[in-house]
Write a protein that binds this ligand. Sequence first.
Ligand SMILES: [Cu+2]
Length: 143
Amino acid sequence: MYERHVSVRLGWCLGFVLGVVGCGEGAAEPSALPYPASATSSAGSFLVVATEPGGAPIVRGVHDFDVQIQRVGDTTPATGLSLDVIPWMPAMGHGAPYDGDSIEVGDGRYRLEGISLFMAGVWELRVALEPEGEHAILAFDVR
Ligand SMILES: [Cu+2]
């Protein structure tokens, strides 16, 4: 049963990739992406920084994230936002199931819980900052 599951999953990977980006390819190379991941929001109003709580490197599996948001210019914490999040693997054109909601912890910090980054490679957290109508893309190199 287990072996059958693995072979089905491997077939799915190879079928979709077709030599463009191998599943887990590059895992032995140093990450090209800075960590913690950071981005300025689409209209330039917010700086968004995301880490795994505790700052651990991101390996395949289920993760929580802390997202720290501050206003560009006066650097005050951005409070009272609602984050709508889509985990996305751009090289393969698929996402991961997630309910999309965030929990405001305080001082411009938001918690995302239980995001399954189930493959090695680059994943994005595509974050909409509501009600501001801006978005930010935070990229992680998952090992
Ligand atoms: Cu993938």
